[in-house]
Design a protein around this ligand. Sequence first.
Ligand code: FAD
Length: 366
Amino acid sequence: MSRDPGASTPCRVAVVGGGIIGLAIAAELLCRGADVTVHDPAPAGTDGAWHVAAGMLAPGGESAFEYPHLTRLLEAGHELWPRFVAGLGDVGYDRAGTLSLALTADDVAEAAREWKHQRLTPLTGSQVRDLEPAISPRVRAGAFAAAEHQVDPRRIVAALRDRLRGRIVPRRIADLSELDAGGTPAATSTVAGRAGGGFDVIVVAAGHHTGALTGLPIRPVKGQVLRLRGDPGLLEHVIDGAADGRHVYLVPRADGEVVVGATQEERADRAPTAGGVHDLLRAALDLVPGLAEHELTEVAVGHRPGTPDNAPILGFLDDDRRIVVAAGHFRNGILLTPITARLVADLVLTGSADPILDAFAPGRFR
Ligand SMILES: Cc1cc2nc3c(=O)[nH]c(=O)nc-3n(C[C@H](O)[C@H](O)[C@H](O)COP(=O)(O)OP(=O)(O)OC[C@H]3O[C@@H](n4cnc5c(N)ncnc54)[C@H](O)[C@@H]3O)c2cc1C
């Protein structure tokens, strides 16, 4: 069955992948009247990049430097957050802002280029410590990015799962044809009944696994992340810094947890390494010595869904306009969750794409 562009129909949609992107798309579709099911091997599991992600909402991040279309998408996505979280309860959305720090003279020289690009005003070490007293006296300079916020991805996923209760099918999809079994809609009174064929549209949102399902160039990019815990209030802002060439970010939650991230490695394994943990802790303690008293509560590994141009892949995969891809969000999948949900739901329900999606179509890799 092919679909008419512009046709607005209530439809039956299968979403492959119950990570943060798949769940947000499904919740948006449900809210707009579609009959949606999410297919994921572990509906209550933690096997997604969202589970390790720090949740920084940083549209000025480095990956946007060389790609203006991505900058536009990140900025547009950032604006949707207040509305997106409004209906989700307390998901740790925090707008205190981000302090960028540089420890040594070399770190300052490198950071200054980024601060200039982002039009941030450089601060001296003592100005930085006025804003955040726990910063080391060795930190030479910094800059304050008021618009870079944070959220807790684990709480977002919990809230979205709650909204989609009864619509998440525990199933790994090995081949998309499994969802296309003959066109007779299965009975939908039970979760198991929803696993059959007859879907009008299939949305593939399986993170880095989307490559195997679609043939698109999406690869796993390993990241190691630590979680520390101490008395709440050591840090007020997100810290994004460099210490002797080691980059680290520290994301403080209201309950005393501090997320320390992250390595970036072209690897697919799930093993934390001594070197990775050492580099993160060393940079974190160089910038904020008081973290030495915190408990190390978690060492985790996740895989960003990377693409050749570091930008997501969003759009129809096939000429029949039945398969939509929503993957490859790389380092910005949390930030891009609300805008992906909105744009993909528009695409599914109307068959036509917002022009902002032109630069992200799967066809750019054919
Ligand atoms: C270390 C690290 C730190 C990060 N920090 C940030 C940050 O601060 N800010 C930010 O914006 N982004 C961040 N990201 C990126 C962000 O986490 C990802 O871009 C985002 O999680 C991608 O979401 P997703 O739903 O596409 O994929 P995932 O979150 O990986 O979810 C994929 C889902 O698909 C399911 N699945 C896989 N295969 C199949 C199959 N065959 N059939 C059915 N289901 C399947 C999996 O079980 C999983 O539930 C970070 C990522 C990492 C690794």
